[in-house]
Design a protein around this ligand. Structure first.
Ligand code: NAI
Length: 348
């Protein structure tokens, strides 16, 4: 047998199946990537309830975090954080511990998925490490609890530069910041100032727009095609991601990536969907699209055309499947999770 050269070697990636529909959709996605000969070798690790059930006593074991640090990339299913049991969200912890400060969520209309609007093409960039997700909550009196919204100048500037650089590299024309600086003058004010500064100082060629978030949401649902890149702090980014998913067919079709300077974790915007878990009906497409983002990331960060090529083939195949009306229930079809994966594989 020929020996593998360095260039033939697959890339190590961590696979976190997660909870609820996570194991079903990750299994379907891994099947598609295998069929597309994606140059990936998986190392499976646990997070969420699955990690607790495995007996470690933690929703995010050190072993999982270290594996992602070593591999540099991971594909993650959604994780359930037990409510009211003292656990900090798995996702918040993972993003903070690996300093993945930028969440990127492309929201695009898909042919074969009829929705109110056509030609939606928005990229949401969400600050991933602070804001109200800092978890700094206190009971002040029996009657009062407070939750602290943290904004740091450095993190606001970092995500602003990142968003404008992303817009420049992807030939996008405009960055819009949604904020509430009229009320939260200091925290949202800092965020807004950082974005304006990045535009003025380093990226004057990208149009900059700012909008108070309530008006912005109204405009989004009236005509989403007026938006290009949306830059938001943590909580707003979380909420507006689901709103935008609703504009293009729902949570089954919106992928995402959490990106830092040293590693990236790719995951769909949706959660663990306990209402449909274990029924083989969840749409694996959002996670498959996230896997395509992962392959493109590997392709460009590590200059590996095999990764980019398998990403392209998978995208062509799922686009074809949708055009051929091969869809899961959330998109008005009747295919199971596995049958949709099979339909994509047939079209590779
Ligand atoms: P969810 O996204 O899990 O579900 C919302 C609705 O969308 C449900 O009706 C669900 O059936 C549907 N849905 C979601 N994904 C779908 C898919 N792939 N195919 C078809 N239908 C789909 O949001 P929810 O119910 O608020 O959260 C459930 C759990 O997920 C919570 O424990 C939450 O903390 C966790 N979560 C985890 C995330 C992550 O790990 N990145 C992100 C969001 C929530």
């Amino acid at each position: 047998m020929d020996e593998m050269t360095t260039d033939d070697r697959p890339h190590k990636a961590v696979l976190i199946p997660g909870d609820g529909i996570g194991p079903e959709v990750t299994k379907a996605v891994v099947r598609v990537l295998d069929a597309a000969a994606a140059p990936i070798v998986w190392s499976e690790k646990q997070a969420g309830l699955a990690a607790l059930d495995a007996g470690g006593g933690e929703v995010l074991p050190d072993d999982t975090v270290e594996a992602v640090e070593r591999a540099g990339v991971a594909l993650k299913g959604p994780c359930t954080t037990p409510v009211g049991k003292g656990f900090q969200s798995v996702n918040v912890q993972l993003r903070k511990r690996l300093n993945m400060y930028a969440a990127v969520r492309p929201v695009r209309s898909l042919e074969g998925v009829p929705t109110r609007f056509r030609d939606v093409d928005i990229v949401i960039i969400r600050e991933n490490t602070e804001g109200l997700y800092s978890g700094a909550e206190n009971r002040v009196t029996d009657d009062v609890v407070i939750s602290m919204k943290v904004a740091t100048d450095s993190a606001c500037k970092r995500i602003s530069r990142w968003a404008f650089r992303y817009a420049t590299q992807r030939a996008r024309r405009k960055v819009t910041v949604f904020h509430k600086a009229n009320i939260m003058k200091m925290s949202d004010g800092l965020f807004l100032d950082a974005a304006a500064l990045a535009h003025e100082r380093d990226y004057p060629n990208i149009e900059f727009q700012q909008m108070i978030i309530d008006a912005g949401c109204m405009k989004l649902v009236q005509d989403p095609t007026q938006f290009d890149v949306l830059l938001l702090e943590n909580l707003y980014g979380d909420v507006v991601s689901d709103l935008c998913a609703g504009l293009v067919g729902g949570l089954g079709v919106v992928p995402g990536a959490n990106i830092g300077d040293n590693c990236a974790v790719f995951e769909a915007v949706h959660g663990s969907a306990p209402d449909i878990a274990g029924k083989n009906v969840a749409n694996p497409l959002a996670l498959l699209m996230s896997a395509v983002m992962m392959l493109n990331y590997i392709g460009s960060e590590r200059s590996d055309p095999r990764a980019t090529d398998s990403a392209r083939r998978i995208k062509v195949a799922y686009d074809l499947a949708l055009k051929d009306d091969q869809k899961t229930g959330d998109l008005g079809g009747s295919l199971s999770t596995d049958a949709f994966a099979e339909a994509v594989i047939e079209r590779l």
